[in-house]
Design a binder for this molecule. Structure first.
Ligand code: DAT
Ligand code: MG
Length: 176
């Protein structure tokens, strides 16, 4: 009998500003499509300092933290690239499959055929421009997906939701 045990996971992927600037979006999505994982949500985000700081909170005491926050915000790349593409993938062993494609954190140490190995670099300031973020474990994935996406931005409720009444506030709609 074939082993049909499934380990369905979700994972957050960010195509970082250097990936957008190097026109790697299509290339990366094609590689990710080979995993046969399912896209549950996708959007382009201009990353606030607050969002960047929350995302990388585990590194806040590192000497490279300041540069890392500027990098994920796309500050070095000019206004057209101050954004990331954020995606949520779901499927069997999603976390390990995407991490494998992404490669090691340090692009110089990453497998040459991985996304980071093929397209990443270390800047003269020591920033790891490693093109892509991928959640490292299920706990990180849940925290990161909840940080980057609201429930209505995902095609299904990946985590329990609740309905709240929000106080009236102005919202922007199309003018016509
Ligand atoms: P990963 O992105 O592989 O999960 P991480 O969570 O440890 O790795 O670090 C987040 C990012 O911080 C990483 O993608 C690049 C940067 N970074 C990590 N270690 C670094 C270092 N020693 N020097 C410069 N940047 C580093
Ligand atoms: Mg990480």
């Amino acid at each position: 009998m074939p082993n049909t045990n499934k380990n369905i996971q979700q994972t957050l992927v960010l195509i970082k500003p250097d990936g957008l600037k190097k026109s790697l979006t299509g290339n990366i999505l094609t590689k990710l499509a080979e995993t046969r994982l399912c896209i549950m949500g996708a959007k382009v985000v201009q990353v606030s300092r607050e969002l960047a700081t929350c995302h990388y909170q585990h590194l806040k005491d590192k000497p490279f933290f300041g540069e890392l926050i500027e990098y994920i915000q796309g500050k070095p790349y000019g206004p057209d690239y101050q954004r990331v593409m954020a995606l949520v993938y779901q499927g069997n062993d999603a976390i390990q499959k995407v991490r494998q494609l992404a490669g090691a954190t340090n692009p110089e140490e990453a497998d040459a055929t991985s996304i980071r190995g093929a397209f990443g670099r270390i800047t003269t300031k020591g920033v790891f421009e490693n093109v892509i973020h991928a959640s490292a474990n299920p706990e990180d994935a849940e925290r990161e997906i909840k940080l980057w996406f609201q429930p209505e931005e995902l095609v299904t409720d990946l985590y329990p939701t609740k309905t709240v009444t929000s106080s009236p506030k102005e919202v922007k709609v199309w003018a016509s």
